[in-house]
Design a protein around this ligand. Structure first.
Ligand code: OGA
Ligand code: NI
Length: 391
């Protein structure tokens, strides 16, 4: 990984430029505010990648939209379960409308995140950190020192993984504290409903996924994508899949989120009042590949800022509990594809590889022998390498 920052693969001193950018403590927004008209080197994607992208077509398709309005009606409930099943198997993404979180709160949340990022740079600077022990971190590019190309976005991360989902409100920035608290609480309630629907669509008891503590730990990333002077040369977020069980995403009306569906990029069109839900790698694994965690990315844009909030349900990361394909789903015809693992082992592996490369192979049973011999090396080195693990 360090090869990327030692300058040898670039015709500029990448390590120096990355460090200089980080030292400003004002992120991408700070660059824009300084009146910059061209893109700094560290954000420019390699030519081969840009050309590769031109080969992948973008198509006009609509990610499934599921209306939760009449969820309490028994017949409609059964239909919703089928829609969730279809979307989770075939798309890995869907949007929910009439999900119970008032549009007004969604609007206020977007404004709250915007206010955080647009407040006085000196106030914000004090919160800029790469200290992973903190519950609340403001930074740009959590993988700045390991990625090949930096992304055009800044992040306020709220990470409850070290406190089993408990958040200390005092840690939140004052300027948006109340709305963040209110929004996260409501999303957690919605996550109960979604986990129930997902359990049912897997043919399990309604509380199965909740009992597995899938929503016991969570991380929210409050993202700010400033308008970009050369969006075709960079990206808002590079192609990746989420490490979570489930992600619930609020996006404003600018657009830019795309998912890879049948090898074609499909826009996730913003719908006022909707939330985007996607299956993460952990749910793909425990569903034994029934549900799909798919690649997605965010393009940079001339217009902006774009604001979004990704809420990752990732379970109790410090628990010794073992996760693996759910027993009830296995049979002679459907044998386990993955071995068992702890959430911390999963996380360490997930972030020790390039994010745009497949992350699940390592946990596949046919690879098990090979990996267990490597296990010790991975666990001892990677804990120190681990970043703040969220976008
Ligand atoms: C993420 C992500 C999408 C967005 O943070 O993992 O995919 O629209 N975000 O910001
Ligand atoms: Ni994502």
């Amino acid at each position: 990984m360090d090869g990327y920052t030692n300058g040898s693969q670039f015709d500029y001193d990448r390590a120096r430029e990355v460090k200089a950018f980080d030292d400003t403590k004002t992120g991408v927004k700070g660059l824009v505010d300084s009146g910059l008209k061209t893109l700094p080197n560290i954000f420019i994607r390699p030519t081969h990648e840009l050309l590769e992208d031109l080969k992948t077509p973008c198509v006009k398709l609509q990610v499934p939209v599921i209306n939760l309005e009449e969820i309490h009606n028994k017949d409609r409930y059964a239909e919703i379960v089928k829609e969730v099943l279809n979307a989770s198997e075939n798309w890995g993404f869907f949007q929910v409308i009439n999900h119970g979180i008032p549009s007004e709160l969604l609007y206020k949340m977007v404004q709250g995140v915007r206010m955080f990022h647009e407040q006085d740079a000196e106030v914000k600077k004090k919160m800029y950190t790469r200290d992973r022990t903190k519950q609340v971190l403001y930074q740009s590019n959590f993988d700045l020192y390991t990625s090949k190309t930096a992304n055009w976005r800044d992040t306020l991360t709220v990470d409850t993984s070290k406190s089993s989902g408990h958040l200390d409100p005092k840690e939140l920035p004052e300027i948006c504290r109340d709305v963040l608290l209110e929004y996260y609480n409501q999303v957690l309630k919605l996550s109960d409903i979604l986990l129930e629907l997902l359990s049912m669509s897997l043919g399990l008891e309604p509380n199965h996924l909740k009992k597995m503590e899938c929503n016991k730990g969570w991380t929210a990333v409050n993202l700010y994508y400033p308008a970009c002077p050369a969006p075709e040369l960079t990206q808002g977020i590079s192609k990746h899949s989420d490490s979570s069980f489930l992600t619930i995403l609020l996006q404003d009306q600018i657009g830019g989120l795309q998912i890879l569906h049948n090898n074609q990029w499909v826009d996730v069109q913003p719908i006022p009042g909707a939330l985007v839900v996607n299956i993460g790698d952990l749910l793909q694994m425990i569903s034994n590949d029934k549900f799909k965690s798919v690649y997605h990315r965010v393009s940079a844009n001339h217009i902006g800022p774009r604001i979004s909030v990704a809420f990752f349900l990732h379970g109790p990361r410090s628990s010794p509990k073992l996760y693996g394909p759910i027993q009830e789903l296995l049979s002679d015809e459907n044998s386990a594809v993955y071995r068992q693992f702890t959430l911390s082992e999963f996380l360490i592996y997930f972030f020790s590889r390039p994010l745009d490369e497949p992350g699940l192979e390592y946990f596949k049973l046919h690879n098990h022998k090979l990996e267990s011999s490597n296990n010790t090396t991975i666990s001892s080195t990677s804990l120190t390498k681990s970043c703040s693990f969220s976008f």
